[in-house]
Design a protein around this ligand. Sequence first.
Ligand SMILES: [Zn+2]
Length: 862
Amino acid sequence: MDTVYDPKSFESDIYCQWESGGYFSPDFFPEGRPVFSMVIPPPNVTGKLHMGHALNHTIQDILARWKRLTGHRVLWIPGTDHAGIATQAVVEKQCVKDNTSRHALGRAAFVQRIWDWKAQYGSHIENQIRRLGDSVDWSRQRFTLDESLAKAVRHHFVELYNQGHIYRGWSITHWCIQCQSAISDIEVNHIDHAGSLWHLRYTLVSGTDAIVVATTRPETLLGDQAIAVHPKDNRYAQWIGSYVEVPLCGRTIPIVADDAVDPEFGTGAVKVTPAHDHTDYEIGQRHNLEPRVIMDENGCLSGDIPLRYHGLSREDARSKIINDLGDCLVQTTEHTVPQARCYRCDTVVEPRLSKQWFVAMKELVQPAIQAVHAGDVQFHPQRWESLYMNWMNTIRDWCISRQIWWGHRIPVWYDPEDPETPIVCVNDPEDPRLIQDPDVLDTWFSSAIWPFSTMGWPEKTTDFDQFYPTQALVTGYDIITFWVSRMMTMGIHQCKTPPFSTVIVHGLVRDITGKKMSKSLGNVIDPIEIMDTYGADALRFCLASHATVGGQDIRFSVEKVEACRNFANKLWNATRYLLQQPVNQVTNKQPLVHRDEDRWIISQWYTTLDAVNQGMEQNNVALVTETLWQFTWNNVCDWYIEMTKSRADDAAPVLGWVLSQLFIVLHPFMPFITERLWAELQAHGAQLSDKVIVAQWPMLDQSAINSELNNTIDSVVSIIRTVRSLRKQLQLKNKTQCPLYVSGEGGEMLTKYSLFFQELAGVSALHSGGCSGPHIPAVVSGYTLGIPITEATDITGHQKRLEQQANHTKQSLDQVNKKLNNPGFLNKAPERVVEDIRIKKEALQCDYDQLMVQMKALSHNV
Ligand SMILES: [Zn+2]
């Protein structure tokens, strides 16, 4: 066995063994076992593994491996998303570099170019997933544009259309002039922007009176179709029904009364531009106003407008119109404008009237609301349920058409003779005269059916029969609205069952100060680099240790990964130590034992296993890592190995059994090192089955848990620790043995373990009862200890050292207190720093108190 733990030297090898051995497939296991299935949230095919993925995948893989070990046929389906707009943007950029464009190439050639791009780079993210150790079934890998998934998408569309849930209509949508596509409500960020409010005068046709309206977008006046006021606004009541002239156009438009107008805003009168504003569109619908389109898809003025404004960008049009308004511009005031920006390219989006395809959601979502109400689907933690419910209860129709080329093309055709009648069908129609709708579907339209399209739906496949619905969905909270809600809606609608019963929502991975990781802040930590340095197991264990049951955001630190690597190293060294002894008696059966320390480690093991089982059931991954860490580091490595060093060969079957059981339970968290060490045990003769990935999860043996023994040995351990530290303080040489007095209830019991005290704490003799002569005292686990003071004891030196230590601690404590009492510092320092100082203060105070107690006791006893 290699002396040094070097994860790089074996991780990829082990992954290959798992993959080629078929262990990731449910077909590896006999039918009749319970089933556990999940689908991966498909990363963008253009994606690169980031810390968020790493956390998400670690949690899923822990679940998958745990379920496999506990006897389930596990199916975890991997795949990638074609990510319409994002992928098209990547390839369009590449086109610009090559001095061409998608329009120059034409649709077919451009789409082919994206497929070529995918063939070359699409497997990048898949390989990164392999690095992390995902036990996904690659034989069932899917891509959202695969033929079978395309069929599912078409079938889904056609069904929804035939049932009346999909319609085509004019609508105001958010239009990104950069992405050249309509985008949905949730793809828009609303950001406040320091803008202006312009007050414009519209003269009444009859007479000389004028009405002043306030607007944040004067350039849209060319598309005005009315002035609106609130019906109860007395200032304007007498003018409702009158007509005014639109400045610069010479057109006349009516004054209408509508409840949507806020009398408090501006002058209480607003202009209505139905084709270029969401609210105005709705007002227009109520008052039969024809929408007048005055802007093209590039954000330039066009249509039936004065010639001098034709072709101007929206920005240029604004300055020219303000300039041209003359007396009609009454005043300009500063005003904060909520601006809608594209979440992908940050361009200000344009409300635009266009013909789009929609899913009518209100009726469709009802069963998905009901399923959560009834508890058929549960959110962990439960607080995310309210986000889901709010979204569903206020749902708007979903615009699903996108004016791009990369994606599922809408399965609708038109006869040029009758372009208003859509022909909707699953298969391409044979009539060559028919023209297909140029738009593609929103990427989320295919993601919404991912849990069943990946299983072959709408065909009645064996996979669908066996594995739908899935059991768990693991996701970040940022896509509950985009994705979880839509999968729920479509899953129940098409399959009559929710697509999963549990939604596990985890936090986001932030940097150590709590900031979001972003390129612009330069605080991004690349999981691949971390795995290169510390190994995949260390990264996984670290992320898992943060995956609390509350799903809080995570502050990621490299130091913590380093600590987890050290933990793996500890495991490696413990195994190396074991393998110096013969291990051919090691099996998966609990060995027969006669000694207390052996009974103790077995008892501790089952106590640990019990806690692990409960933690896993409660989805408390962080607690499980903590439990396993404590057992491995403290019980096994620090104490059991120490206690049995003098009879290592005799203890080998016990240590071997404990470690092999531990490997199984640690496997979901640290799959690579546990598989490797399992193989080492086998190579040295241990009788262990196949591979740890398919081992049997240990059975809990309650009868082997002996809490009395646990407590007793825990006390022995604590006393040894204390004696060691006292010896250090007294600067006793290693060879110098000293007697030890222990008093307290059950103290005589401890004499049974004299040998440990002798070997591990240099105790020459253990006496039950108090020490009557001068001694150094200490209290631990309810026992009072005494080390007699002899000529060899450097008592003055000890007192001096305690004093020095106390002074030193006092100084640090004063410094910390000074900081915490300084309001200037408290106001400026980041919360995190202040919190760290508070923790430091508590620790220092505790040390100081301890030292004072010792000094006081010493002065009494000498
Ligand atoms: Zn955009």
